[in-house]
Design a protein around this ligand. Sequence first.
Ligand code: ATP
Length: 203
Amino acid sequence: MELKADNISFSYNKKREILKDISLSVKSDQIIGLIGDSGSGKSTLCKIMAGYITHYTGNVTLDGNQIPDKDYYPVQLIFQHPEKTMNPKWKMNKVLNESWTPTQDLKDTFGLKDAWLTRWPNELSGGELQRFSILRALNPKTKFIIADEISTMLDAVTQVQIWEALINHCKANNIGILAVSHDDELLDVICDDIIKFNEINNL
Ligand SMILES: Nc1ncnc2c1ncn2[C@@H]1O[C@H](COP(=O)(O)OP(=O)(O)OP(=O)(O)O)[C@@H](O)[C@H]1O
């Protein structure tokens, strides 16, 4: 499969255009990196490609087709701050199983401990919470993952564990990844190709 953004332009308000005529593509067997200046619009592009922002111009397609937003959205966005995406009034068991029920094998692969399931989100660390948000995004209907600075706040060991588990799962299940990061060393190690955001944003 191929996820494509074609000629995407967007502004939050009339004063300033954030994205101008941006095009990029990711195939199922690829990990594509996206690097660029802070505030240049990378997260905005991620939200557009994952269906969170809909009032843009241009096209986001999967194998040339518009992505229907009524069913499960096959492009899943994982954010830098997992706590912002979780209901603070839900225990982690409910948070984890909201979209699908991950197997015990997968929970083990991501180092997710059963003891965490009975806690509230504010009783877990950033690294522990990020394991939940990644597992939630790996519903079998997911075709592409957009990882927006998912390991920025984690220590080096946790960063490696999480990326290794995510990449292994995605390779085995033919899920393509768009990885946004300021860490060029990380992108050099994990990506097939790295796109410089400033060069594709035609402002
Ligand atoms: N909801 C919003 N309303 C108005 N402006 C916004 C909104 N969200 C982001 N912006 C602005 O849009 C611009 C692009 O933000 P965005 O978060 O996409 O950049 P980024 O490249 O991901 O930055 P960083 O690398 O720092 O995460 C910034 O100037 C930001 O202030």
